[in-house]
Design a protein around this ligand. Structure first.
Ligand SMILES: Nc1ncnc2c1ncn2[C@@H]1O[C@H](COP(=O)(O)OP(=O)(O)O)[C@@H](O)[C@H]1O
Ligand SMILES: [Mg+2]
Length: 272
């Protein structure tokens, strides 16, 4: 019998996660649970600590205090997990964290240059994530590359071109293909549509929304753009000076914000 959602272990859990560079700089005492198939948006103005939190959640930045707990797919990741697959991210060591990123997670950086190798072909950028999982069949890697280029609306005929010849929007599409080709159980995205022209952003956002729905992705999404949060996120956490000031369902937060900071954030978007 299927258990109700509340009883399922969370896929990712933050318990009192803190990473501070100075007072109010970074993230402090963050708690949340993300369940499979959910998109959690982390919003707040620039400097509120969103990226610091994301880096701490995905193993790139060691917390000063608190725990990040991930419920691993026990089939793939037995070592270091308890019986129910619970992994304490900062107790398992650097090598195992990197293995998680390779095998079960995906990361989409704001700047596609941080997530791509610009000098090698688009096909190799996509294929090497699969190769890292043990896939060595050239024909299949190439077919997967073409398939995923199509899915992110890139011309599959450009599979042999290096992404340094692509526009910023195309590079971001390629980064998304490279991230999703391995079907990650959990995806971290930091401002995935940031730094792009408005028209390019709109198309990319549309495509991302389709992919998130089709693949039933579990996502931690950082964005300062409430329109992006509205379209992609099921739930939101609002950050101010490193702390969560309000959390809840996306529509509730954006349509009926309770905290003065959230009200300001929402109204500054509405005011031209
Ligand atoms: N590596 C770092 N060293 C020192 N201060 C940092 C570092 N990274 C971020 N900060 C500071 O922490 C605060 C939060 O930054 P960040 O997490 O990037 O915010 P956001 O992503 O919400 O814009 C900012 O004041 C920023 O200057
Ligand atoms: Mg940021």
């Amino acid at each position: 019998m299927k258990r109700p959602q509340l009883e399922r272990p969370a896929l990712l859990e933050a318990r009192g996660v803190t990473r501070l560079y100075g007072p109010g700089k970074g993230c402090e005492d963050i708690d949340f649970r993300l369940h499979e198939g959910e998109v959690l948006g982390i919003v707040g103005e620039s400097g509120s600590g969103k990226s610091t939190l994301l880096r701490t959640l995905c193993g790139m930045e060691t917390p000063d205090a608190g725990r990040v707990v991930y419920h691993s797919d026990v089939e793939r990741c037995l070592d270091g997990a308890t019986d129910d697959g619970e992994l304490d991210l900062y107790a398992i060591g650097e090598a195992r964290r990197r293995a998680l990123l390779r095998m079960e997670w995906g990361l989409v950086h704001q700047n596609p240059r941080d997530g791509l190798r610009l000098g090698v072909s688009a096909g190799a950028n996509i294929g090497e994530r699969l190769m890292a999982l043990g896939d060595r069949h050239y024909g299949q890697l190439r077919a997967a590359g073409q398939d995923w280029m199509g899915r992110v609306e890139l011309d599959p005929g450009r599979i042999d071109d290096a992404p340094r010849h692509f526009s910023g929007g195309m590079q971001q599409r390629l980064q998304i293909a490279r991230t999703l080709v391995t079907r990650p159980r959990l995806v971290f995205m930091d401002e995935p549509t940031g730094g792009l022209d408005v028209s390019v952003q709109a198309r990319l956002l549309d495509m991302l929304r389709t992919l998130v729905r089709e693949l039933g992705l579990s996502v931690v999404l950082v964005t300062h753009d409430l329109a992006v949060a509205r379209l992609l996120a099921d739930r939101l956490m609002v950050m101010c000076r490193g702390r969560v000031v309000e959390a809840g369902l996306t529509d509730q937060i954006l349509d009926d914000p309770q905290h003065a900071y959230t009200q300001l954030l929402v109204s500054s978007v509405l005011t031209p």
